[in-house]
Write a protein that binds this ligand. Structure first.
Ligand SMILES: [Zn+2]
Length: 149
């Protein structure tokens, strides 16, 4: 088994999302579905945190100067809220199919999985080279990360 691609779909029954997200592994391959899923889940969590600031320590100058407080007196940011909330991450994952390349930017230095590939990338690949999540990818990814409600 050598996984180099992923095809993931979100939602379930009437909430099923018709758009698939196809990802390509930048370098190397995963030798099991478990490792491929684990790598995919951490890459997407990284991207979520990069784009939304969720679960990250405060980065603004005003906040850094006030880390002893619960809230920044200058901008009002919650300085104790560095938790990743499953519901927020799931909601973000659900909009992954409509993000643009410009929205997510370049994260090649950290992310092994690359977004922004057409489904036709998978033509000619072997089925065992593809990590397939046919439904509820948002739940499966959160479960993989051990995120609780
Ligand atoms: Zn602040």
């Amino acid at each position: 088994m050598s996984i180099k691609y992923a095809s993931i779909n979100f939602g379930y029954v009437e909430d099923y999302r018709v758009g698939s997200v196809v990802l390509v592994l930048g370098d190397g391959q995963y030798n099991s579905e478990k490792l491929a899923l684990s790598g995919l889940a951490s890459d997407l969590l990284y991207l979520y945190q990069e784009l939304t600031g969720a679960g990250k320590p405060p980065s603004r100058k005003c906040c850094k100067a006030n880390t002893n407080n619960n809230f920044c007196p200058v901008c009002g940011a919650n300085l104790r809220d560095n938790v990743i909330y499953r519901a927020d991450f799931e909601a973000w994952l659900l909009q992954l199919p409509i993000l643009t390349v410009d929205d997510f930017g370049m994260h090649d230095e950290v992310m092994k999985w690359k977004l922004g590939h057409p489904a036709s990338t998978l033509i000619g690949t072997k089925a065992k080279e593809v990590l397939v999540i046919n439904e509820k990818a948002e739940e499966i990814i959160c479960d993989q990360l051990g995120l609780k409600d």
